[in-house]
Design a protein around this ligand. Structure first.
Ligand code: URA
Length: 233
């Protein structure tokens, strides 16, 4: 008799097969959210039923869902470890990120890399992404409707990765993830929760470049995170 874990793995494999077929244009299979929920009801562990980052990227496609598509060079989906225990979420791609299609590769990104290394991790160990995946023109803040359009993809990415921690960089990331309107100065310095995941909010690295005296606060936030982070010994 098959064990429950073998059954769960089979259902998971079946789900991915059906999704792949659907992406290849086969329309004879029902891969709807409702059907997947039914599979979950049958006892498959939700974490095994989550999609892969590859599937989410495929679904995003050559996204034209909001006006940010008009001026972007590249969609910046996210990069790093698909099984990361820590996910950094920024606001949206800047000039260099738009040019390269990678998150946090400009000046703010170089500072983020230093922050990651200061907590004894590497960019390859964590996952880095943004609230919106296309550069807002002139690096303006993303607008509410742009965030509302893009955020479901980030939610799916987070569900696929299942990190232990999220670090929200700056007000836009923190307020969106936490569904709160408080300023970042009030949200930082303590743990919050997003769908059961620990969230720490801190200042955005671009803000730190303009206000280096705030680096001390970010270091306090990182120390809080390090105390709880499951480092491998
Ligand atoms: N600022 C962000 O919020 N995200 C990036 O990817 C780069 C700069």
């Amino acid at each position: 008799m098959a064990s429950s874990s073998q059954i769960i793995k089979t259902i998971d494999a079946l789900k991915h097969t059906l999704q792949d077929l659907a992406e290849k244009g086969h329309r004879g299979f029902d891969c709807s959210a409702g059907s997947l929920e039914k599979l979950a009801d049958w006892g498959a562990a939700p974490q095994l039923l989550s999609e892969t980052l590859k599937n989410i990227r495929l679904d995003l496609g050559d996204c034209q869902r909001c006006r940010l598509a008009q001026h972007r060079k590249h969609i910046v989906f996210g990069s790093g470890n698909p099984k990361a225990k820590l996910v950094f979420v920024g606001e949206g791609p800047g000039f260099e990120e738009d040019r390269q299609g990678e998150p946090f590769v400009g000046p703010a990104g170089q500072l983020l890399t230093k922050i990651i290394e200061a907590i004894s991790l590497t960019r390859k160990q964590v996952y880095i992404c943004n609230i919106v995946k296309c550069r807002p023109p002139g690096n303006r803040n993303p607008e509410t409707d742009e965030i509302a359009t893009c955020f479901p993809f980030l939610e799916r990415q987070i569900a696929a990765i299942q990190p232990d921690f999220i670090c929200a960089l700056g007000a836009v990331a923190a307020q969106t993830l936490l569904n709160k309107a408080e300023p970042i100065s009030k949200l930082r310095g303590r743990f919050h929760h997003y769908k059961g995941i620990n969230v720490i909010a801190t200042y955005h690295p671009a803000y730190l470049l303009r206000n280096p005296e705030k680096k001390r606060d970010v270091w306090e936030d990182m120390k809080m995170l390090m105390k709880e982070y499951p480092y491998e010994v």
